[in-house]
Design a protein around this ligand. Structure first.
Ligand SMILES: NC(=O)c1ccc[n+]([C@@H]2O[C@H](COP(=O)([O-])OP(=O)(O)OC[C@H]3O[C@@H](n4cnc5c(N)ncnc54)[C@H](OP(=O)(O)O)[C@@H]3O)[C@@H](O)[C@H]2O)c1
Length: 257
Protein backbone atom coordinates (compact mmCIF):
# COMPACT_ATOMS: atom_id res chain seq x y z
CA UNK A 1 0.00 0.00 0.00
CA UNK A 2 1.36 3.42 -0.95
CA UNK A 3 1.11 6.02 1.82
CA UNK A 4 0.82 9.78 1.33
CA UNK A 5 2.96 12.38 3.12
CA UNK A 6 0.12 12.75 5.62
CA UNK A 7 0.39 9.07 6.55
CA UNK A 8 4.16 9.00 7.00
CA UNK A 9 5.93 8.88 10.35
CA UNK A 10 9.40 10.00 11.37
CA UNK A 11 11.25 9.45 14.64
CA UNK A 12 13.75 12.17 15.55
CA UNK A 13 16.20 11.90 18.46
CA UNK A 14 17.53 15.01 20.22
CA UNK A 15 14.41 16.80 19.00
CA UNK A 16 14.25 19.62 21.54
CA UNK A 17 16.74 22.04 19.98
CA UNK A 18 19.02 22.79 17.04
CA UNK A 19 18.98 20.51 14.01
CA UNK A 20 16.60 18.02 15.68
CA UNK A 21 13.96 20.66 16.43
CA UNK A 22 14.20 21.86 12.83
CA UNK A 23 13.61 18.31 11.51
CA UNK A 24 10.48 18.19 13.70
CA UNK A 25 9.32 21.59 12.40
CA UNK A 26 9.82 20.79 8.72
CA UNK A 27 8.42 17.23 8.75
CA UNK A 28 5.41 18.41 10.76
CA UNK A 29 4.84 21.22 8.25
CA UNK A 30 4.84 18.56 5.50
CA UNK A 31 2.03 16.75 7.31
CA UNK A 32 4.05 13.88 8.73
CA UNK A 33 3.46 12.34 12.12
CA UNK A 34 6.54 13.10 14.22
CA UNK A 35 7.76 11.14 17.22
CA UNK A 36 10.04 13.69 18.85
CA UNK A 37 12.43 12.15 21.35
CA UNK A 38 14.09 14.34 23.94
CA UNK A 39 15.87 13.36 27.09
CA UNK A 40 14.53 16.06 29.37
CA UNK A 41 11.07 17.54 28.86
CA UNK A 42 12.02 20.49 31.07
CA UNK A 43 14.50 21.57 28.37
CA UNK A 44 11.92 21.27 25.61
CA UNK A 45 9.75 24.39 25.83
CA UNK A 46 9.98 25.25 22.13
CA UNK A 47 9.23 21.65 21.16
CA UNK A 48 6.31 21.46 23.61
CA UNK A 49 4.88 24.70 22.18
CA UNK A 50 5.16 23.27 18.67
CA UNK A 51 3.48 20.03 19.75
CA UNK A 52 0.69 22.00 21.44
CA UNK A 53 -0.19 23.50 18.06
CA UNK A 54 0.10 20.26 16.07
CA UNK A 55 -1.53 17.04 17.28
CA UNK A 56 0.70 14.98 14.94
CA UNK A 57 3.81 15.76 17.03
CA UNK A 58 4.27 13.44 19.99
CA UNK A 59 6.95 14.49 22.47
CA UNK A 60 8.52 11.41 24.03
CA UNK A 61 11.18 10.93 26.69
CA UNK A 62 14.22 9.43 25.03
CA UNK A 63 17.75 9.50 26.36
CA UNK A 64 19.46 7.42 23.69
CA UNK A 65 21.96 6.11 26.25
CA UNK A 66 19.16 4.73 28.41
CA UNK A 67 18.23 1.21 27.28
CA UNK A 68 14.98 1.41 29.27
CA UNK A 69 13.90 4.56 27.41
CA UNK A 70 14.74 3.04 24.02
CA UNK A 71 12.95 -0.21 24.82
CA UNK A 72 9.90 1.50 26.31
CA UNK A 73 9.48 3.79 23.31
CA UNK A 74 9.87 0.90 20.85
CA UNK A 75 7.25 -0.99 22.89
CA UNK A 76 4.86 1.95 23.02
CA UNK A 77 4.97 2.23 19.21
CA UNK A 78 5.12 -1.54 18.60
CA UNK A 79 2.19 -1.39 16.17
CA UNK A 80 3.33 1.77 14.39
CA UNK A 81 4.95 1.84 10.98
CA UNK A 82 7.88 4.28 11.04
CA UNK A 83 9.15 5.48 7.67
CA UNK A 84 12.28 7.36 8.67
CA UNK A 85 14.43 7.19 11.81
CA UNK A 86 16.72 10.18 12.33
CA UNK A 87 19.63 9.67 14.71
CA UNK A 88 20.30 13.32 15.43
CA UNK A 89 21.13 13.41 19.16
CA UNK A 90 24.78 14.06 19.76
CA UNK A 91 27.31 15.46 22.19
CA UNK A 92 30.48 17.42 21.54
CA UNK A 93 31.95 17.29 25.04
CA UNK A 94 34.15 19.72 26.93
CA UNK A 95 37.23 20.72 24.97
CA UNK A 96 39.43 20.66 28.10
CA UNK A 97 38.50 17.08 28.96
CA UNK A 98 39.53 15.80 25.52
CA UNK A 99 42.65 17.85 25.00
CA UNK A 100 45.93 16.02 24.54
CA UNK A 101 47.59 15.57 27.94
CA UNK A 102 44.29 15.47 29.83
CA UNK A 103 42.18 12.90 28.01
CA UNK A 104 39.33 12.04 30.36
CA UNK A 105 38.14 8.42 30.05
CA UNK A 106 34.78 9.28 31.67
CA UNK A 107 34.05 11.83 28.95
CA UNK A 108 35.25 9.40 26.27
CA UNK A 109 32.70 6.80 27.37
CA UNK A 110 29.93 9.41 27.64
CA UNK A 111 30.54 10.64 24.10
CA UNK A 112 30.80 7.14 22.64
CA UNK A 113 27.60 6.18 24.43
CA UNK A 114 25.59 9.09 23.00
CA UNK A 115 27.15 9.35 19.54
CA UNK A 116 27.72 5.69 18.68
CA UNK A 117 26.03 3.12 20.91
CA UNK A 118 22.85 5.22 21.27
CA UNK A 119 22.17 5.39 17.50
CA UNK A 120 23.03 1.68 17.16
CA UNK A 121 20.52 0.75 19.89
CA UNK A 122 17.88 3.01 18.31
CA UNK A 123 18.43 1.32 14.92
CA UNK A 124 18.19 -2.11 16.54
CA UNK A 125 15.05 -1.32 18.52
CA UNK A 126 13.18 0.36 15.65
CA UNK A 127 14.03 -2.06 12.83
CA UNK A 128 10.63 -3.83 13.14
CA UNK A 129 8.86 -0.44 12.90
CA UNK A 130 10.93 0.52 9.84
CA UNK A 131 10.12 -2.82 8.20
CA UNK A 132 6.44 -1.94 8.50
CA UNK A 133 7.00 1.55 7.07
CA UNK A 134 6.95 2.42 3.40
CA UNK A 135 10.15 4.48 3.14
CA UNK A 136 12.45 2.29 5.30
CA UNK A 137 15.24 4.82 5.90
CA UNK A 138 17.78 5.40 8.66
CA UNK A 139 19.39 8.85 8.67
CA UNK A 140 22.28 9.57 11.02
CA UNK A 141 23.80 12.97 11.66
CA UNK A 142 27.55 12.66 11.74
CA UNK A 143 30.26 15.28 11.24
CA UNK A 144 32.96 16.19 8.77
CA UNK A 145 35.29 15.54 11.72
CA UNK A 146 34.42 11.83 11.35
CA UNK A 147 35.93 11.76 7.85
CA UNK A 148 39.20 9.83 8.24
CA UNK A 149 40.25 10.74 4.69
CA UNK A 150 39.97 14.47 5.48
CA UNK A 151 42.21 14.60 8.56
CA UNK A 152 44.83 17.26 7.90
CA UNK A 153 45.67 18.34 11.47
CA UNK A 154 45.08 16.96 14.98
CA UNK A 155 41.41 17.52 15.90
CA UNK A 156 40.81 19.76 18.92
CA UNK A 157 38.07 17.32 19.96
CA UNK A 158 39.56 13.87 19.37
CA UNK A 159 36.81 12.05 21.30
CA UNK A 160 34.08 13.69 19.26
CA UNK A 161 35.93 13.08 15.97
CA UNK A 162 36.57 9.42 16.86
CA UNK A 163 32.94 8.96 17.86
CA UNK A 164 31.67 10.28 14.53
CA UNK A 165 34.11 8.06 12.58
CA UNK A 166 32.83 5.13 14.68
CA UNK A 167 29.23 6.17 13.98
CA UNK A 168 29.99 6.19 10.25
CA UNK A 169 31.33 2.65 10.43
CA UNK A 170 28.44 1.50 12.62
CA UNK A 171 25.88 2.85 10.16
CA UNK A 172 27.66 1.39 7.11
CA UNK A 173 27.54 -1.97 8.89
CA UNK A 174 23.89 -1.59 9.85
CA UNK A 175 23.12 -0.70 6.23
CA UNK A 176 24.66 -3.98 5.09
CA UNK A 177 22.83 -5.89 7.82
CA UNK A 178 19.44 -4.43 6.97
CA UNK A 179 19.60 -4.14 3.18
CA UNK A 180 17.82 -7.45 2.70
CA UNK A 181 14.95 -6.02 4.74
CA UNK A 182 14.77 -3.10 2.31
CA UNK A 183 16.20 -0.53 4.74
CA UNK A 184 18.49 2.18 3.34
CA UNK A 185 20.94 4.24 5.41
CA UNK A 186 22.75 7.56 5.01
CA UNK A 187 25.05 9.69 7.16
CA UNK A 188 25.02 13.48 6.85
CA UNK A 189 27.34 16.31 7.73
CA UNK A 190 24.67 18.92 8.51
CA UNK A 191 26.97 21.87 7.75
CA UNK A 192 28.34 24.35 10.27
CA UNK A 193 24.95 24.98 11.81
CA UNK A 194 24.28 27.87 14.19
CA UNK A 195 23.33 25.75 17.19
CA UNK A 196 24.44 25.32 20.77
CA UNK A 197 26.94 22.70 19.59
CA UNK A 198 28.66 25.03 17.13
CA UNK A 199 28.90 27.69 19.85
CA UNK A 200 30.52 25.05 22.09
CA UNK A 201 33.33 24.70 19.54
CA UNK A 202 34.41 28.22 20.60
CA UNK A 203 35.24 26.76 24.01
CA UNK A 204 32.10 27.96 25.80
CA UNK A 205 30.67 25.84 28.59
CA UNK A 206 27.35 24.21 27.65
CA UNK A 207 25.17 26.69 29.58
CA UNK A 208 26.81 29.71 27.97
CA UNK A 209 26.61 28.09 24.53
CA UNK A 210 22.80 27.91 24.91
CA UNK A 211 22.55 31.63 24.16
CA UNK A 212 22.41 32.38 20.47
CA UNK A 213 21.64 36.06 20.58
CA UNK A 214 24.22 38.18 18.76
CA UNK A 215 26.74 35.35 18.86
CA UNK A 216 29.77 36.13 16.71
CA UNK A 217 30.68 33.05 14.65
CA UNK A 218 33.71 35.00 13.38
CA UNK A 219 34.56 34.05 9.80
CA UNK A 220 33.02 30.55 9.86
CA UNK A 221 30.77 29.81 6.85
CA UNK A 222 27.79 29.02 9.05
CA UNK A 223 24.24 28.18 8.01
CA UNK A 224 20.97 28.14 9.93
CA UNK A 225 19.26 24.92 11.02
CA UNK A 226 16.52 25.77 8.52
CA UNK A 227 19.02 25.84 5.66
CA UNK A 228 20.64 22.62 6.85
CA UNK A 229 17.43 20.63 7.18
CA UNK A 230 15.95 22.11 3.97
CA UNK A 231 19.00 20.67 2.23
CA UNK A 232 18.79 17.24 3.84
CA UNK A 233 15.06 16.49 3.50
CA UNK A 234 15.05 16.27 -0.34
CA UNK A 235 18.15 14.06 -0.15
CA UNK A 236 16.36 11.81 2.37
CA UNK A 237 13.37 11.72 0.01
CA UNK A 238 15.66 10.56 -2.77
CA UNK A 239 17.44 7.92 -0.67
CA UNK A 240 16.92 4.36 -1.90
CA UNK A 241 18.60 0.97 -1.54
CA UNK A 242 20.58 1.80 -4.70
CA UNK A 243 22.04 4.95 -3.10
CA UNK A 244 22.29 3.54 0.44
CA UNK A 245 25.47 3.83 2.52
CA UNK A 246 26.70 7.27 1.49
CA UNK A 247 28.33 10.08 3.49
CA UNK A 248 26.92 13.38 2.24
CA UNK A 249 27.12 17.03 3.12
CA UNK A 250 23.72 18.66 3.70
CA UNK A 251 23.94 20.13 0.18
CA UNK A 252 24.36 16.71 -1.44
CA UNK A 253 28.12 16.83 -1.96
CA UNK A 254 29.86 13.54 -1.25
CA UNK A 255 32.29 13.53 1.72
CA UNK A 256 35.20 11.06 1.59
CA UNK A 257 35.11 8.41 4.33
N1 LIG B 1 25.97 22.31 14.69
C1 LIG B 1 26.94 21.90 13.90
O1 LIG B 1 27.66 22.72 13.29
C2 LIG B 1 27.18 20.43 13.70
C3 LIG B 1 28.23 20.05 12.86
C4 LIG B 1 28.45 18.71 12.64
C5 LIG B 1 27.63 17.77 13.20
N2 LIG B 1 26.61 18.16 14.04
C6 LIG B 1 25.74 17.11 14.59
O2 LIG B 1 24.39 17.49 14.45
C7 LIG B 1 23.60 16.83 15.45
C8 LIG B 1 22.68 17.86 16.11
O3 LIG B 1 23.47 18.78 16.83
P1 LIG B 1 23.09 20.32 17.02
O4 LIG B 1 24.04 21.10 16.24
O5 LIG B 1 21.63 20.51 16.80
O6 LIG B 1 23.48 20.50 18.56
P2 LIG B 1 22.67 20.86 19.87
O7 LIG B 1 21.90 22.10 19.65
O8 LIG B 1 23.67 20.82 20.96
O9 LIG B 1 21.64 19.66 20.02
C9 LIG B 1 22.05 18.37 20.41
C10 LIG B 1 20.80 17.58 20.75
O10 LIG B 1 21.18 16.26 21.17
C11 LIG B 1 20.52 15.99 22.39
N3 LIG B 1 21.19 14.99 23.21
C12 LIG B 1 22.42 15.02 23.76
N4 LIG B 1 22.64 13.91 24.47
C13 LIG B 1 21.52 13.14 24.34
C14 LIG B 1 21.12 11.87 24.81
N5 LIG B 1 21.92 11.14 25.61
N6 LIG B 1 19.90 11.38 24.47
C15 LIG B 1 19.07 12.11 23.70
N7 LIG B 1 19.38 13.34 23.24
C16 LIG B 1 20.58 13.83 23.55
C17 LIG B 1 20.46 17.34 23.09
O11 LIG B 1 19.54 17.30 24.17
P3 LIG B 1 19.70 18.27 25.48
O12 LIG B 1 19.10 19.56 25.10
O13 LIG B 1 18.94 17.51 26.53
O14 LIG B 1 21.16 18.36 25.77
C18 LIG B 1 20.02 18.19 21.92
O15 LIG B 1 18.65 18.04 21.68
C19 LIG B 1 24.59 16.19 16.42
O16 LIG B 1 24.67 14.80 16.14
C20 LIG B 1 25.90 16.86 16.07
O17 LIG B 1 27.02 16.06 16.37
C21 LIG B 1 26.36 19.47 14.29
Amino acid sequence: MVTTEEQRTVLVTGANRGVGLEFVTQYAAMGWTVIAGCRDNKKAQELSDLAASNSKIAVETLDVTNARHVGALAGKYADTAIDVVINNAGQYGDLDRQSWGSLDPVLFHEIMDVNVLGPMKVCEAFTPHLCRGQDKKIVSITSFLGSIASVSKPPSTPFYAASKAALNMAIRGIGKRLENQGIAVIVFMPGLVETRMLRQTFGLPLEEAETAENFDYRDLPTITATQSVSGMIPLIDGLSLETSGRFLNYDGNEIPW
